[in-house]
Design a protein. Sequence first.
Length: 427
Amino acid sequence: MKTEHPVRENIIEFIPAIRMMLSAANTKITRLLNNDTINQFCEDRKSLEKTFDLIRAQKNSPWDGKFIYLEETATPQDIITSFIRELEDFRAGSSTPPQIIAIKGYGLLAVGRSSHAVSLLLETFENALDSLLTNEEKPKRKASDENIVPAHPDILHQKICIVTGGAQGFGEGISRSMLLENANLVIADLNEEKGLATSADLTSLCKSNELIFVKTDVSSPESVKNLVIQTVKNFGGIDVFVSNAGILKAGGLDEMEPASFELMTKINYEGYFLCSKYASAVMKLQSKYKEGYYSDIIQINSKSGLKGSNRNFAYAGGKFGGIGLTQSFALELAPFRVKVNAICPGNFFEGPLWSDSEQGLFVQYLRAGKVPGAKTVEDVKRFYEKQVPLGRGCRVEDVMKAIKYIVSQEYETGQAVPVTGGQEMLS
């Protein structure tokens, strides 16, 4: 059984740059593989050349055996400089782009037009190495037409997207919709059991795209940084970061405990800062090495970020602050073509945040007496439905239209986009 080696943290400082330098015509996907089998063949350039000669000589060899080899260097910038030089030499001798980049001390970096194509390439490569070690040829999986880029791809086609809080509720709906748009997806959630179950369920939606789950606590710098590292390892960078994770506990000044206020602030406000901090570092590096490339940080805010909320100040205050962060991040990151926007959905009545029978907002608001005269959960629900001019709660498809608009355009940043059915309007 192969032993996967720990990934080095500093891959986030050079792999996104390599990805962009290989993405002149179409933005590429990359994946880093580093295990015992790989390391047997990647100690030096000559060893790898001999290995590739043997693979190329095999029946039905998948490629011509050409590759780029990078020596282990002192800094990520040294790796980038070395890659620029090696890429120029490679292009001088080949009419096709490199598919395999061996980086001593790090492993093999596979490159392709889709995540599925990268997985197929790595599987073929590993099977070829295993065949050399065992003298047993393994069956080869045929490439799929799904790797072909459609004539009119969706806005999110093959983009690398992260959704925090993506395993349930609104986040699960966004995750599902992004996969249907052929995005490569990282579902980040603190609930590991739910995250793994959701990922297993949504995998069936993938075509030439793929998804992974990364357990993430958005209030922890180490956890958020690990999320970014795992995303870069598996896909090569970050194109769209959706900061959706959040919690809500209603209550007035008399009921709200300081510990509850602190927890909501830490997740809803500080968590957005941490996600933006670590995601933007990758995005800035990408823009440096691909002219005209734009990326997006999108906070799923709330209509409570646009107007104060009675007996719900902890949540509303954090969301108000989130819009302040959005505007400030947008100014700071604009020179790097990183757009930062917030989406302010109305009430998602169908989701567990509102409808959960024990901890949902309908139950919480009933207990807190937020709706005068309400005696049942249905009374609370009817009260909130009547507040919406268009007569219904917000749905996932409404938010997805806003996300796709934000990603598709190149001239809006620092905005808080209401998706409230007219309940809250910008003045």
